[in-house]
Design a protein around this ligand. Structure first.
Ligand SMILES: [Zn+2]
Length: 48
């Protein structure tokens, strides 16, 4: 199963989406870069 990569907006590293995105119960998504520790909250998914 292929996972799309996501580019960290801080260090520009390409990382598998499953490693950097955490879905919250309230449908928000948190991006966490394991490389530079950059955290971005409340990402909107591209649905709709
Ligand atoms: Zn990063």
């Amino acid at each position: 199963m292929k996972v799309p990569n996501v580019e960290c907006p801080n260090c520009l590293k390409q990382l598998p989406l499953t490693e950097v995105l955490t879905a919250q119960s309230n449908q928000n998504v948190i991006f966490t870069c394991p490389d530079c520790r950059f955290i971005l909250r409340n990402i909107r998914t591209s649905k709709g």
